[in-house]
Ligand binder design. Sequence first.
Ligand code: HPA
Length: 234
Amino acid sequence: MTNTPHINQMAEIAETILLPGDPLRAKFIAEKFFENSVQFNKVRGALGYTGTVNGKKISVLGTGMGVPSMGIYSYELINVFGVKNLIRIGSCGAIQENIKIYDIIFGIGSSTTSNFGSQFCLPGVFSPTASWELLEKAKKSADNLGIKNLHIGNILCDDAFYSDDESSVERWRKMGILGIEMESAALYMNAARYNANALCILTVSDHLLTKEITTAEERETSFTNMINIALGVI
Ligand code: HPA
């Protein structure tokens, strides 16, 4: 077995996993949504749990922030623990006028400023994309829940949260990017390379054009919608 410096080697992890960035979100999800939940990881504070939802086995793990962190966890989950379906549930900053805070975004494609893809030594530019199977199921799940404030399209996985180049947001906006987050490209590329399915479901936590930000309570409600969409996929 490959060594797993970042996840407890003995962990029992389901074929389908939810991946919030915040480890405390993982704990919250396990406590509020899972039955029979067992903690499988606390290495580096990356809290992970396995339980059941409607009788189906499911796991959740906090991945931390950014491409390298997501790169590490998604690699180990797929290649060592045999995880097949990886659903990131995170937040993003919106950059289109028709998108409001608390809206939900599914990332079909993940454009990126990250250099993560260079390791694959391809003679061109790879397009990291979501799994169609998961995307289709997530859309059906959102429809079943009556969720209307949903946008599906291209997102930007950015390496810099505090970018010195503020004008780039306008150029990404003109290319139709819906929102900016920091993990999707690593997740989609590792899923492509190592034969797994991945999807990013995001709640809009701030708006980079209107400068609106969400309050903690309001974030909670939209976060619950996002989790329910993801749970409808399994
Ligand atoms: N940029 C990058 N990641 C984010 C943002 C943002 O504005 N909001 C939430 N995650």
